[in-house]
Design a binder for this molecule. Structure first.
Ligand code: ZN
Length: 419
């Protein structure tokens, strides 16, 4: 058996791993590097492609597979959100006028090739999926073949969040031969989630007291709904006073519809509610013109480089009464949010604006931090652990923490491990 690390090795983005025996060839994820204009060419001779979750760095390259038509396996919500994100990617490429070889037909083909299931059998191989935390519908994949067990975590989170249960390592197969684990935060330990939520509410409250606006750029999938639900609940419970709260992304609004329909992916608490993501204090708007200030606005893009968040960032950043809250841990080097946070300026069409609004980064991440990554390895005690989906520095920091428990490798892109 061979495991080939095609993408997402010593880096974040473009995740793809091939597991191949004499009888079967499987891909674990098929992603793109978000923000890069060209797709990387991956092999397309797979029998099955497993998609761990609906983030494009794990699924975006599926458009290039629509000729080869392998079976795609993943959860129902991953299927629906992935195809929506693919349609959205095609739309954006068209608006920007870039040459793009794929159309909506290719995104439809992805949906048609999708099998919603938690297990699949191939000649001499069986694959079982397990809940991963991270985002709604995220799965880990355990491959059993040639008498060996390999677990691929995808992106995961051990602690519960407001809407999602964390992954429980006790429910995962023990006695693994190989654990392929993400290492995004391999060198970083974050404060407890409730501390971060307190910090968020404090920032919102102080902005409300001076009647300012709060801009919260967020991804359309999961982070938008999680943030809206969190603020809605805090207002219902009187933790925050009532204030105008809006979401703007139409894509996020459509995804919210899936969240109301597929309640089984969420916590028991959420499942008990009739339409858990129909909010009392949060209204959906179609465009920024409809905003009545002052307000709290949750909108895309998550990095502030396009859409409503780009527009409002330019509108609100110069006013010291306003706040900009960044909930993502990672920001691309050239993104407006990163420049606003680190240099205190905004650059739009060559025009420089000083940022006087408060810019706070509160990392309400869905990834395991170093403590949780180490806990995972400790619980599963694999013979060998392979670190992927992390910058080299992060992977090395994690490697130091776990090298007494397990044999560790940090493969480069294109590297193959033979078992
Ligand atoms: Zn992810």
């Amino acid at each position: 058996m061979k495991i080939n690390f095609i993408g997402g090795a010593q880096e974040v983005g473009g995740s793809c791993i091939a597991v191949e025996t004499d009888y079967a060839k499987v891909a674990l994820d098929y992603g793109v590097k978000v923000g890069e204009s060209d797709f990387e060419e991956f092999p397309d001779d797979f029998d099955v492609v497993i998609i761990s979750h609906a983030h494009l760095d794990h699924s975006g390259n599926l458009l290039s597979l629509s000729q080869a038509k392998p079976v795609i396996v993943g959860s129902k919500i991953t299927r629906d959100v992935t195809t929506d994100l693919l349609h959205d990617m095609i739309k954006i490429r068209k608006i920007n006028g870039n040459h793009f070889p794929y159309s909506n037909k290719h995104a439809h083909n992805v949906k048609k090739s999708w099998w919603v299931r938690d297990s699949i059998a191939l000649p001499g191989m069986s694959i079982q999926l397990y809940p991963a935390g991270h985002v709604a519908g995220a799965k880990m994949a355990c491959i059993r073949t040639e008498g060996k067990e390999i677990l691929y975590t995808g992106d995961f989170c051990l602690h519960d969040t407001e809407i999602l249960e964390g992954c429980n390592p006790k429910t995962l197969p023990g006695a693994l031969d190989v654990l392929i684990i993400e290492s995004t935060y391999g060198g970083k330990t974050r404060p407890q989630r409730n501390k971060l939520v307190d910090q968020l509410f404090k920032q919102i409250l102080s902005t409300i007291e001076r009647k300012g606006n709060v801009l919260i750029p967020a991804f359309a999938f999961h982070r938008s709904q999680e943030m809206a639900k969190r603020i809605d609940k805090a207002m219902k419970e009187g933790i925050l006073p009532s204030y105008r709260v809006y979401t703007i992304s139409n894509l996020a609004n459509r995804i919210t519809g899936y969240f109301n329909t597929y309640k089984e992916f969420f916590t028991h608490e959420i499942q008990k509610q009739k339409s858990p993501f129909n909010y009392q204090h949060v209204r959906h708007l179609r465009r920024t013109k409809q905003i009545k200030e002052p307000a709290i606005v949750i909108c895309t893009s998550g990095f502030g480089h396009a859409g409503a968040s780009f527009h409002l960032l330019n509108e609100w950043a110069a006013d010291e009464d306003n706040s900009i809250i960044i909930s993502s841990g990672y920001l691309p080097p050239e993104s407006p949010l990163k420049i606003a946070k680190e240099k205190g300026v905004l650059i739009n069409n060559g025009k420089k604006t000083q940022v006087h609004a408060e810019v706070e980064q509160i990392e309400l991440s869905g990834h395991a931090d170093q403590r949780e990554l180490v806990q995972m390895v400790r619980e599963l005690k694999p013979k060998r652990t392979v670190l992927v989906h992390g910058e080299l520095e992060q992977a090395q920091a994690l490697s130091e923490e776990i090298s007494e428990i397990t044999e560790v490798s940090i493969p480069k892109r294109g590297e193959t491990i033979a078992l």
